[in-house]
Structures are given as C-alpha cells and as structure tokens.
Write a protein that binds this ligand. Structure first.
Ligand SMILES: Cc1cc2nc3c(=O)[nH]c(=O)nc-3n(C[C@H](O)[C@H](O)[C@H](O)COP(=O)(O)OP(=O)(O)OC[C@H]3O[C@@H](n4cnc5c(N)ncnc54)[C@H](O)[C@@H]3O)c2cc1C
Length: 449
C-alpha cells in the first residue's frame, strides 16, 4: 500500500506525508494562523511545516494549484500583510526556528526563518554578541532578513542583510540550493533585498557583531513646532558619531494638547560620559515631558514583544520612503501630513553610516545613500496615497518592508533601475513561472511583454 496515499481536506487533496502540517477552516487552530500581525486573512489551507522536506512538498502542492495565491510566512509581521491571503495557500515556517552558533571564533551563527528577533538577541547575549535587526522583538527572521533590516545598530554595523554570509533556500522548482559569495552568487545578491521573489529561505548564516552593554534613551518631547523639531533631530543624528542610532515616533496632536515626539536612541557604549555626550544634543531640542536613560543590553531592548497569536484585521495602510536629509521643506510637509488627520503614527528611523558604506551594487538593497527611512501609518488608503504621492518628491528610494501600496511604480522606487533589470533577468531563470509573486512581485520579463 502507498504510504503517501492522498488525504482530503475540504476541497484539497493533500499527500499523507503533509497531513500533519495541514490547518484548514473549521480546525480549532485555524483562528491562530489565518491572519497576520497587520492584516486579516482567510486562507484555504495552511501548511505549518516543521522541516525542509515539508517545505519542498508544500511548494509542490502550491505549484499544482497555480491559480491560488501563495503566501510564505515566517514571523507574520510583514507590514504589507502578504503572508496571508483569502482562499489561497500559506506555508507557515514559524516552527522552523532553530538558532545555533556554528563557529564561535568567527561569530558565525545559523538562524532559521521562524525564529523571532527577540529570541535571536537572547541567544546571542551570553556570547557578548548581537545582530542588528529592527526595533520589535516579535518580528520574524525570514521576512526581515530577506528585505533589509534597519535596526538599533544600523549606523554602526549596517543592515541585517549586510551580515548575511550564506543562505539555504528552496527554489520555485523545488530544488534546494545554497547561495553565498562562492556559490550561486547572483542568487545570493538577489536574496539580500528581494528574497521574497526568489524562493523560500530555510536557513540563514550570519556573521554577528561583538556588542556589550549599551546606552538606551527614551525621551518624550513637546513637538508643537513639529517641523523645527524634525529638522533639528535630523541634523543632530546625521552629525553624530556612528555609535548613535535613533528612531523617532510621532502622532497627531490629541485633545487640544500639543504634539509630542517620542525619541528612542541607542549609544553603543557603557560609558556614561559618552552616552550623555551623544544624547544631550537631542535632549536640548525642545522641552521634555519624560526621559529615561539607562545602561542595558541589546537583548533587553529587543524583549519588547507581546506573546500571542496574530489577529490583524482588514487591510493596513502604510506608506514609506527613504530620504537623504530632513530638509526644511520636507519637515514642513511632514508637519502638514501629521496635522491632516490621515496619519496616526509617523516613524523615522536613522540609517546612513555603515549602511551607506556598502556598494549599492553589492546587494539588491541598492538605495544606500539615505540617512533616514520614513514610514507613516494611515487610516484611509485613498487619502493616504494622495498625500504621500505629494510628499514623495522628497524621497530617494523606498524600503519595501514598510510599504503597502501595491501599484507597480513602487518597485522602481525600491530598486535602482540597473538593480531591477538584473532582478528581472534573474527572476526569469530562477522563477520563470512566477510562483513567488504575492509580495511586491518582480515579474519575469517574459510575463510582462
Ligand atoms: C511592529 C513592527 C515593527 C517593525 N520594525 C522594523 C524595524 O525596525 N526595521 C525593519 O527593517 N523592519 C521593521 N519591520 C518590518 C519587518 O521587517 C517586515 O515586516 C518583515 O517582513 C517581517 O518579517 P516576518 O518574517 O515577521 O514577516 P512575514 O509576514 O512572515 O513575512 C513577510 C514577507 O516576507 C517574505 N518571507 C517571509 N519569510 C520568508 C522566507 N523564509 N524566505 C523568503 N521570503 C520570506 C514573504 O513575502 C512574506 O510575505 C517592523 C514590522 C512590524 C510589524
């Protein structure tokens, strides 16, 4: 008797070898996997895989249902929300989440896609190491490490993808390959910025940094003069030594109170005089409502996520752009945007520094001259797009991890023209049938013509 006799799950016939991974509508656990952090979904079938062979098989199933959407999910925190869908297939990698030191002398670490960045930070802490990844510990490794990774140590140590030394991936045809600077070099280039279009990364090999105790500041300011505040903060960050990385969050003024700005900053030092030296210029920008400056660990900063299942609802509206300098014109435009009532949170993350040291052609993440990544969360897609289209004259590039606009122009914002051309050529050879198409699709040339 054939051990892999197919089994029926609702409208789907699934090989027996995948049966234990299947979650379909009506199952008790369906509510736990249908949606993501940002977006509600109702997939037809979820494969919650636990090993690489199951990924290969689930992908074969997806290829044989090419008419259905296919979502790949690691931590489920994708802002575009494309790691779920309605009626389609989800390959959920959250259970493939091992973190293992490969070689302590070279700080080489093997990390699987379903691990969360807070777990990575905790695992590396005993060695005195860290891998700059993002500001939220609940975010998964798979989505962030295939797109970029703007984190608390970006100005000093670069993007997460800049620490990537090799990946193992399942390609569209089901083959399993390793890509690095020695093998499948074009694929390795593409994965670092456009990974979602090229396959399912099953393991990442990183070279991580030595990071000891660090300074951590959380400051809340009066930002009534919103434009003036932004301009001053931007100038201070750009002029600061690279051991300072700072992010700024701002919302609209509420209940007749003045606008406030929350500034977070990491100083990679445990020396109080250095920490104060870096933070004081920020503290002097405007009167403060609250402040906390402590010496802590990177792992402590990243331990900021809630446990629990994702229950995102509806469609998120988030727009984004990369900018070189916070000019008076841009700061004034942002102040108007915040007053419009359409944006409920505006975030600016410092990049530049070590991120800009990397040759823009070295990875598919090519917009390396920006000093800031700007993101706005809004309430109405139509109104948000109209306002953002106006403000986008100031931008020089886009980081797709903070974008929900699916209009095709966004690809040209996200990738320099020579980068997108090379990506299309590679897509034609690695994924000619466009199996991986659901998250900012770089379609193969033949399917465009
Ligand atoms: C609260 C919050 C804070 C954030 N802060 C930051 C930040 O500070 N810096 C920053 O850079 N980003 C930040 N992000 C954005 C985040 O990096 C991206 O949303 C990232 O894609 C999430 O990864 P994930 O695995 O959790 O997401 P998922 O939703 O699981 O995946 C997102 C997409 O990535 C692709 N993908 C996932 N896994 C794989 C894989 N194994 N192989 C190939 N493709 C894959 C798929 O296309 C999928 O749709 C933040 C997001 C949230 C929600």
């Amino acid at each position: 008797m054939n051990d892999n006799h197919p089994i029926k799950f609702g409208p789907f016939i699934v090989p027996a070898s995948l049966a234990a991974t299947v979650i379909v509508p009506g199952d008790v656990s369906y509510a736990r996997v249908k949606s993501t952090y940002m977006r509600g979904g109702s997939p037809g079938i979820v494969f919650q895989v636990k090993k690489r062979d199951e990924i290969v098989e689930a992908l074969a199933f997806a290829r044989s249902h090419a008419d259905l959407p296919l979502a790949v999910r690691s931590g489920g925190h994708g802002i575009s929300g494309r790691s779920t869908n309605d009626g389609g297939i989800v390959i959920d990698l959250s259970r493939i989440n091992r973190i293992e030191v490969l070689d302590a002398s070279t700080r080489r670490v093997h990390i699987e896609p379903g691990a969360r960045w807070m777990d990575v930070a905790t695992a590396l802490a005993p060695y005195g190491w860290a891998l700059s990844s993002g500001d939220y510990g609940g975010v998964g490794v798979g989505g962030l490490a295939t797109a970029g990774g703007i984190g608390w140590l970006s100005r000093e140590h670069g993007l997460t993808i800049d620490h990537l030394r090799a990946v193992e991936m399942v390609l569209a045809d089901g083959s399993v390959v390793r890509a690095s600077d020695e093998e499948n070099v074009n694929l390795f280039w593409a994965v670092r910025g456009a990974g979602a279009n090229f396959g399912i990364v099953t393991s990442f090999e990183f070279e991580v940094d030595e990071v000891g105790p660090i300074g951590w500041a959380q400051l809340v300011f009066d930002a009534s003069d919103t434009a003036g505040f932004l301009e001053k903060w931007g100038a201070i960050i750009e002029a600061a030594p690279r051991d300072l990385t700072s992010f700024l969050f701002m919302g609209p003024p509420r209940g007749g109170r003045p606008a406030v700005a929350q500034v977070m900053a990491v100083v990679d030092s445990d020396k109080p005089d250095i920490i104060i030296n870096r933070i004081q210029p920020i503290a002097d920008i405007s009167p403060m409502y609250d402040q906390q400056v402590v010496v802590t660990s990177y792992a402590q900063i990243m331990a900021n996520a809630q446990e629990g299942d994702h229950n995102g609802q509806g469609e998120p509206t988030v727009r984004s752009g990369l900018i070189e300098h916070i000019t008076p014109e841009f700061a004034a435009a942002v102040a108007r945007l915040i007053r419009s009532g359409v944006v409920y949170v505006l975030q600016i993350r410092a990049v530049g520094g070590a991120v800009s040291d990397v040759d823009p052609d070295a990875t598919a993440y090519g917009n390396r001259t920006a000093n800031f990544a700007v993101t706005a969360f809004g309430v109405s897609r139509e109104r948000m797009n109209a306002l953002w289209d106006e403000i986008s004259v100031h931008f020089k590039g886009l980081y797709l991890s903070f974008e929900t606009d699916l209009r095709p122009e966004r690809l040209n914002d996200a990738f320099p023209s020579r980068t997108i051309e090379r990506l299309r050529e590679l897509k034609s050879s690695y994924d000619p049938n466009n199996v991986f198409r659901d998250n900012f699709n770089i379609a193969p040339q033949a399917l465009i013509n």
